[in-house]
Design a protein. Structure first.
Length: 133
Protein backbone atom coordinates (compact mmCIF):
# COMPACT_ATOMS: atom_id res chain seq x y z
CA UNK A 1 0.00 0.00 0.00
CA UNK A 2 1.06 3.58 -0.51
CA UNK A 3 0.69 6.90 1.23
CA UNK A 4 -0.97 9.94 -0.28
CA UNK A 5 1.47 12.78 0.44
CA UNK A 6 1.12 16.52 0.13
CA UNK A 7 3.79 19.11 0.94
CA UNK A 8 2.35 22.59 1.28
CA UNK A 9 3.91 26.00 1.96
CA UNK A 10 1.90 29.21 2.43
CA UNK A 11 2.50 30.05 -1.23
CA UNK A 12 1.70 26.74 -2.95
CA UNK A 13 1.43 22.98 -2.99
CA UNK A 14 5.07 22.03 -3.55
CA UNK A 15 4.56 18.32 -4.08
CA UNK A 16 1.65 15.93 -4.14
CA UNK A 17 1.58 12.24 -4.96
CA UNK A 18 1.96 8.68 -3.79
CA UNK A 19 4.88 7.46 -1.73
CA UNK A 20 6.09 4.36 0.08
CA UNK A 21 7.66 6.28 2.96
CA UNK A 22 8.06 9.81 4.32
CA UNK A 23 10.78 10.82 6.78
CA UNK A 24 10.63 14.24 8.39
CA UNK A 25 12.05 15.98 11.46
CA UNK A 26 9.74 16.90 14.30
CA UNK A 27 10.52 19.05 17.31
CA UNK A 28 9.33 16.48 19.85
CA UNK A 29 10.47 13.18 18.35
CA UNK A 30 13.35 13.99 16.00
CA UNK A 31 13.27 12.19 12.65
CA UNK A 32 10.06 10.21 12.19
CA UNK A 33 9.32 7.76 9.36
CA UNK A 34 5.78 7.22 8.16
CA UNK A 35 4.69 4.08 6.31
CA UNK A 36 1.30 2.87 5.18
CA UNK A 37 -0.83 1.96 8.20
CA UNK A 38 0.87 4.45 10.54
CA UNK A 39 -1.24 5.44 13.51
CA UNK A 40 -2.68 8.97 13.43
CA UNK A 41 0.02 11.50 14.25
CA UNK A 42 0.33 15.26 14.51
CA UNK A 43 3.54 17.04 15.33
CA UNK A 44 5.40 20.31 15.02
CA UNK A 45 8.06 20.26 12.32
CA UNK A 46 11.61 21.18 13.08
CA UNK A 47 14.08 22.37 10.49
CA UNK A 48 15.44 19.66 8.25
CA UNK A 49 15.21 17.72 5.05
CA UNK A 50 12.00 15.80 4.46
CA UNK A 51 12.50 12.73 2.28
CA UNK A 52 9.67 11.21 0.27
CA UNK A 53 10.41 7.76 -1.16
CA UNK A 54 8.30 7.07 -4.20
CA UNK A 55 7.58 3.67 -5.69
CA UNK A 56 10.52 2.72 -7.87
CA UNK A 57 13.06 4.25 -5.51
CA UNK A 58 12.96 7.92 -6.52
CA UNK A 59 13.49 10.18 -3.51
CA UNK A 60 12.00 13.68 -3.38
CA UNK A 61 13.81 15.93 -0.91
CA UNK A 62 12.35 19.08 0.56
CA UNK A 63 14.11 21.67 2.73
CA UNK A 64 11.57 22.33 5.48
CA UNK A 65 11.69 25.18 7.98
CA UNK A 66 9.10 24.58 10.70
CA UNK A 67 5.40 23.91 10.43
CA UNK A 68 3.31 20.82 11.13
CA UNK A 69 2.97 17.24 9.94
CA UNK A 70 -0.28 15.31 10.13
CA UNK A 71 -0.79 11.62 9.35
CA UNK A 72 -4.17 9.94 9.15
CA UNK A 73 -5.66 7.15 7.03
CA UNK A 74 -2.52 6.72 4.88
CA UNK A 75 -2.39 10.46 4.16
CA UNK A 76 0.63 12.55 5.12
CA UNK A 77 0.32 16.33 5.07
CA UNK A 78 3.49 18.39 5.56
CA UNK A 79 2.43 21.98 6.20
CA UNK A 80 5.56 24.08 6.32
CA UNK A 81 6.09 27.72 7.18
CA UNK A 82 8.79 27.75 4.47
CA UNK A 83 9.74 24.86 2.21
CA UNK A 84 11.63 24.30 -1.04
CA UNK A 85 11.99 21.29 -3.29
CA UNK A 86 15.66 20.34 -3.49
CA UNK A 87 15.53 20.46 -7.28
CA UNK A 88 14.57 24.15 -7.12
CA UNK A 89 17.31 25.27 -4.74
CA UNK A 90 19.97 27.54 -6.23
CA UNK A 91 23.13 26.09 -4.66
CA UNK A 92 25.28 29.14 -5.44
CA UNK A 93 22.72 31.43 -3.81
CA UNK A 94 22.47 29.15 -0.75
CA UNK A 95 26.27 29.05 -0.43
CA UNK A 96 26.41 32.85 -0.64
CA UNK A 97 23.74 33.10 2.08
CA UNK A 98 25.74 30.68 4.23
CA UNK A 99 28.89 32.77 3.75
CA UNK A 100 27.08 36.00 4.70
CA UNK A 101 25.68 34.34 7.82
CA UNK A 102 29.11 33.04 8.86
CA UNK A 103 30.56 36.54 8.42
CA UNK A 104 27.76 38.04 10.52
CA UNK A 105 28.38 35.46 13.25
CA UNK A 106 32.11 36.27 13.31
CA UNK A 107 31.22 39.93 13.76
CA UNK A 108 29.06 39.16 16.80
CA UNK A 109 26.67 36.63 18.26
CA UNK A 110 23.51 37.40 16.34
CA UNK A 111 20.38 35.20 16.52
CA UNK A 112 19.26 36.29 13.03
CA UNK A 113 22.63 35.26 11.58
CA UNK A 114 22.43 31.90 13.35
CA UNK A 115 18.95 31.34 11.91
CA UNK A 116 20.19 32.28 8.42
CA UNK A 117 23.09 29.86 8.78
CA UNK A 118 20.75 27.00 9.80
CA UNK A 119 18.43 27.75 6.88
CA UNK A 120 21.31 27.82 4.38
CA UNK A 121 22.75 24.57 5.76
CA UNK A 122 19.41 22.78 5.39
CA UNK A 123 18.93 24.10 1.87
CA UNK A 124 22.43 22.96 0.90
CA UNK A 125 21.99 19.54 2.50
CA UNK A 126 18.74 19.00 0.59
CA UNK A 127 20.16 20.23 -2.71
CA UNK A 128 23.42 18.32 -2.50
CA UNK A 129 21.71 15.08 -1.50
CA UNK A 130 19.34 15.45 -4.42
CA UNK A 131 22.18 15.73 -6.90
CA UNK A 132 23.37 12.23 -5.97
CA UNK A 133 20.14 10.32 -6.62
Amino acid sequence: MTLQVQVVSPEQVLWSGEAERVITRTLEDGDVAFLSGHTPFMGALGEGVTEILQEGGTVVRVAVHRGFVEVSDDRVSVLSDTAELATGIDVARAEAARSRAETALRDGDDEAALEALRRADIRLRAARSDRHT
